[in-house]
Design a protein around this ligand. Structure first.
Ligand code: AGP
Length: 609
């Protein structure tokens, strides 16, 4: 996704901005640019379709001493990824320079109006209307602040913008609507701007999260904030971030994807730390305490998420219905906005989001804002938009997830969903057994990781196949969907996830010797039925890679390749199985020598709808 970095202070602004953009590279981008004020107050722009490191040689050494700069990494939405469409975008005389995240939904009508007023455009982007619109208003209004305010109030859609102007070369203007933007408060007369706090953590942990309709006017020694709608000043609320950039270090791993797969045991532990006392049968979720009374009265939960988080939600559906006997429905956030389903005050919207910045998920929260129902979140990124929009929630505490493909977050999300199911339950069923299993799970996850070499050798046997089927039943069905997504997104190989029982309703027609199936066939009351499905696949010559429970001998005759999981409960099988499928996808992608951390066409945080 697009990234914004800004700096004003005594350091080399270009250095700070370019290093910050490097820290945002994990989000995926296809062009990059920087605008800065030279020491005579003149503006400079350097941009290209390519990577951040390609910008350095293009910056005049003398200008590295500039003290005001804004930068941008662009993930193309409107217009192809080329230098013309790269940000910053400027007005006719280069006096107004803008970088922008989000989508201006009414940009075409603004463009038409400005064209009628003699403005010309060179790019295909929606962003380019912003500097020209500010320019237009500055010809009719007194101050730059008034012109910028008027322009921003004309925009519809989502934006996080940073603006510099030669009219006031010692200031940065910043504004936010739906797209995240945070101001870092430096120690000595300096301020930072970032679309993700991770990118400026090395400089400061003291931040001000801009809220919707905030306009910030930043000079070296002063941060002024105002509400654009009410046109009144606002007091900046500074917060201290609680994670340390040092943790986000690659260590001995070749990339973040493998590092984060191997963090599964830690992710499980972090998600349960301080939240369970198995011997006493206690589950404590501090983040839900504030709504504990309301939670006793709920009669329906709608889980809304995207991608991997959606698949975690599907596991949650089985869990919460089984342990809390509350009806659960899981919906894709991108489709939820079109539903007209009734939402009573005793319904709950439960969103799941690793980044907490997924536009579709945020839109779901905004859709039900006035329904009077509870809005909850399962989020990894602390202080993110989803975390701030919900009434309560449970943090995953998995630590920053840098790779575009979500791995440890899925592990963490399912763990938190188990905690929530137990928290809402009346303590019957296998409540205590599951609590105890959660304490043992990090060790079992490590045992799965210890099979990485075996999983790799199996994966390499299948690396040249062009199509894969992933199947599972009940708790393993969502994991099959997630496994298929992982293979697709990091190796670019076609893979479909299906409920095992669905195979005979059509997909079986696809199966032949060139169409292998990864089958989740771990011990469960449903195993015999799954075995029948696998026999149907075997009978058509389909290669079978089976993930089974340790000690199960029934399944060996069916498998072309077999990976055993440590004995675990049905409810925790998706967590251990997911680790196998993440490694399977990883090793195939590694053999294909693709950019695993930053798969083509994808972004880490999809902040556009
Ligand atoms: C998963 O590997 C993908 N990167 C993607 O599907 C992701 O899960 C989805 O975009 C949701 O992101 P979120 O959890 O940050 O909301």
């Amino acid at each position: 996704m697009c990234g914004i970095i800004g700096y004003i202070g005594n350091k080399s602004a270009c250095d700070v901005v370019l290093n910050g953009l490097r820290a945002l590279e994990y989000r995926g981008y296809d062009s990059v640019g920087i605008a800065y004020m030279d020491n005579h107050g003149a503006s400079k722009v350097v941009k290209q379709a390519g990577r951040v490191e390609g910008i350095y040689p293009l910056i005049n050494k003398a200008n590295l001493q500039s003290h005001v700069a804004i930068g941008h990494t662009r993930w193309a939405t409107h217009g192809s990824p080329n230098i013309i469409n790269a940000h910053p975008h400027i007005n006719g005389d280069g006096s107004i320079l803008v970088v922008h995240n989000g989508i201006i939904e009414n940009y075409l009508e603004i463009k038409q109006e400005l064209t009628k007023n003699g403005y010309t455009f060179i790019s295909q982007t929606d962003t380019e209307v912003i500097p020209h619109l500010i320019d237009y208003y500055s010809k009719h209004l007194g101050t730059f602040e008034d012109a910028l305010t008027a322009a921003l109030n004309d925009l519809k859609g989502a934006y996080a913008v940073a603006v510099i102007t030669t009219k006031e070369p010692d200031k940065i203007y910043a504004a936010k609507l739906s797209s995240p933007l945070v101001i870092g408060v430096g120690k000595h007369n300096e301020y930072f701007l970032a679309s993700d706090p991770n990118a400026i953590l090395e400089h400061t942990k003291k931040v001000v999260f801009l809220e919707d309709y905030d306009l910030a006017i930043i000079s070296r020694d002063k941060l002024f904030l105002k509400d654009l709608h009410k046109n009144i000043p606002k007091h900046p609320k500074a917060e201290l971030l609680d994670y340390d950039r040092d943790k986000v270090v690659l260590g001995d791993f070749p990339n973040f994807t493998l590092k984060e797969i191997f963090e599964a045991p830690v992710a499980i532990k972090a998600a349960t730390l301080g939240r369970i006392q198995a011997d006493k049968g206690i589950v404590k979720l501090g983040g839900l305490e504030i709504v504990a009374t309301q939670l006793k009265l709920i009669d329906r939960i709608v889980i809304v998420a995207c991608g991997t988080s959606y698949y975690a939600g599907l596991v949650g559906e089985y869990l919460i219905e089984e342990f809390a006997s509350i009806p659960v429905e899981v919906q894709l956030a991108s489709e939820f906005k079109y539903r007209k389903e009734p939402f009573s005050r005793s319904s709950v919207l439960l969103t799941i989001s690793q980044s907490g910045e997924t536009a579709d998920t945020i839109a779901a929260l905004n859709k039900v804002k006035d329904y009077g129902c509870l809005r909850l979140g399962i989020v990894n990124a602390t202080g993110s938009s989803v975390a701030r929009l919900t009434d309560a929630g449970v943090y995953c505490h998995a630590g920053p997830e840098q790779a575009v493909a979500s791995t440890k977050a899925f592990i963490s999300q399912v763990t938190v969903l188990i905690l929530i199911a137990l928290y809402l339950s009346d303590g019957t069923n296998s409540y205590r057994k599951l609590l105890k299993e959660l304490e043992l799970l990090p060790g079992k996850a490590q045992k799965v990781l210890d099979q990485a070499d075996k999983i790799k050798s199996i994966a390499l046997k299948y690396k040249n196949y062009k199509d894969f089927m992933y199947v599972g039943r009940k708790y393993c069905y969502p994991c099959a969907l997630e496994g298929a997504l992982k293979l697709k997104e990091i190796s670019y190989i076609h893979a479909e996830g299906y409920a095992a029982g669905e195979m005979k309703h059509g997909p079986l027609a696809l199966i032949d010797k060139d169409f292998p199936t990864l089958a989740l066939a771990t011990d469960s009351p449903e195993l015999d039925k799954t075995i029948s499905n696998l026999e149907e696949i075997k009978a058509r010559g389909g290669p079978l890679v089976i993930i089974a429970s340790e000690g199960n001998k029934k399944i060996t005759k069916l498998a072309d390749d077999l990976i055993y999981l440590p004995e675990t409960m049905e409810q925790t099988q998706p967590i251990l199985s997911a680790i196998v499928l993440q490694l399977f996808a990883y090793f195939i992608a590694e053999a294909k020598q693709v950019d695993i951390d930053r798969p083509r066409n994808l972004a880490k945080s999809v902040t556009v709808e």
